[in-house]
Design a protein around this ligand. Sequence first.
Ligand SMILES: NC(=O)c1ccc[n+]([C@@H]2O[C@H](COP(=O)([O-])OP(=O)(O)OC[C@H]3O[C@@H](n4cnc5c(N)ncnc54)[C@H](O)[C@@H]3O)[C@@H](O)[C@H]2O)c1
Ligand SMILES: O=c1ccn([C@@H]2O[C@H](COP(=O)(O)OP(=O)(O)O[C@H]3O[C@H](CO)[C@@H](O)[C@H](O)[C@H]3O)[C@@H](O)[C@H]2O)c(=O)[nH]1
Length: 444
Amino acid sequence: MQILVIGTGYVGLVVGACLAETGNDVVCADIDAQKIADLQNNILPIYEPGLEELVRRNQEQGRLRFSTDSATAAATAEVVFLAVGTPPGEDGSADLRHVLAAAETVGKNLRRETVVITKSTVPVGTAKKVSDCLARHARVPFHVCSNPEFLKEGAAVEDFMRPDRVVLGVETDFARSVLAELYAPFVRTGKPILFMDIASAELTKYAANAMLATRISFMNELALLCERVGADVDNVRRGVGSDARIGSSFLFPGPGYGGSCFPKDVKALLATAGDNDVPLRVVAAVHQANERQKHVMYDRLVAALDGDVKGTRVAVWGLAFKPQTDDMRESPALTLIEALLAAGADVVAHDPVAMTHAQKVLGDRITYAATSYDAVEGADALAVVTDWNEYRHPDFERVRGALARPIVVDGRNLYQPRKMEALGFEYHSIGRPLGGRPAAQTVA
Ligand SMILES: NC(=O)c1ccc[n+]([C@@H]2O[C@H](COP(=O)([O-])OP(=O)(O)OC[C@H]3O[C@@H](n4cnc5c(N)ncnc54)[C@H](O)[C@@H]3O)[C@@H](O)[C@H]2O)c1
Ligand SMILES: O=c1ccn([C@@H]2O[C@H](COP(=O)(O)OP(=O)(O)O[C@H]3O[C@H](CO)[C@@H](O)[C@H](O)[C@H]3O)[C@@H](O)[C@H]2O)c(=O)[nH]1
């Protein structure tokens, strides 16, 4: 099939590359000329495992092209994906400016019957707005559909190639048969394609993210309670997660959820709820709990450093919002680092892949260490923010020897409290009191 993907970011690039991999003829378009020029030379704007090989192979074999000219590609496309950003507006609602700008370009240039898909995460009612926009300009039939994307960064290619399900909001048989054919290679193991009405498809995306964020906020709050009552959140997590009705994923407490999706989508869902006078009290609490959780590591560091971090040097392991990505959007590391800098601490950070992106946000206000061991040299405390594999089994003797004070605040519960204590560390984690002592933290 002839496919146009508009917006070549995390989602658009993965969608385009994976659809080319299954034999389609794909154009990935973007308004960012530098990004397109780089991609034409197989230079990727993001780190995503497996994506570079996919882009290179499909580009070399002529199935994948990159262009700034979505207008020309729209004229020949049978399927158009709108995969541009939907950042939060001032009130938290999704800003549809980019989606509607892309829709206008498509509408003005369609020359054949085309299926136009909102791939971006968009509030209920957006397909109607896209349809109205197309109708104002198009002179050929078109079919607007909603096809929310559920990939996770760091596992994006794998998630797109082997989805748990494909959600398709369609209203015409034409669109249904085109999309069933397009997605058939990705559901060969029997995973479902869920056809539904468009409003339900649009809402499903927000419901899924809000549900996952709820699990995380629930466990983060429970972790604080564990500390007060002398329970271990790891045991509680395993205990509840092994109930098949609950399941074990997305129950890991941490420094608060981040990334470009959960924080934004929870707020956008609340905005939709507000617009429709349906209070989503649970979802509102999920957001509030997360805002608070993002300060837990800072509070813990302050307490461990005798109540004041001014003049101290803090090593931070992990800058990206999760492992296997260089995405810094809404990373809990940023909240921690900003708080430390505001309180007069020096920060020396390490991340296996995100330091270039981090530098664009934090500039030279912090020091970037070439290795994780360089970061801890002479530091008064180590804060572990991202659960990269390489931080899971460090040479603890070397870390302790390098630190000026052997304080470790572990926001991801990577290490065993008793082992850390035996190694001579003052160790704080999330929801796991040490030897019966309450963790050094304050609960607001
Ligand atoms: N990042 C994820 O993991 C993820 C997963 C599922 C869904 N989503 C959703 O997908 C959408 C895209 O997210 P992303 O992370 O890929 O964003 P992104 O910011 O990485 O990429 C968006 C791209 O769209 C381009 N763009 C903006 N306006 C354009 C226009 N008129 N024409 C052509 N290109 C244009 C931008 O230059 C940018 O390169 C969002 O709605 C997001 O919520 C993201
Ligand atoms: O048990 C857990 C699981 C995750 N997280 C945090 O939650 C955030 C989001 O993680 P994850 O969901 O793995 O990454 P994303 O790439 O943001 O993916 C989410 O957001 C995407 C964009 O909408 C969706 O497509 C995905 O299905 C959804 O998982 C990160 O800060 C994680 O550290 C936890 O704190 N505990």
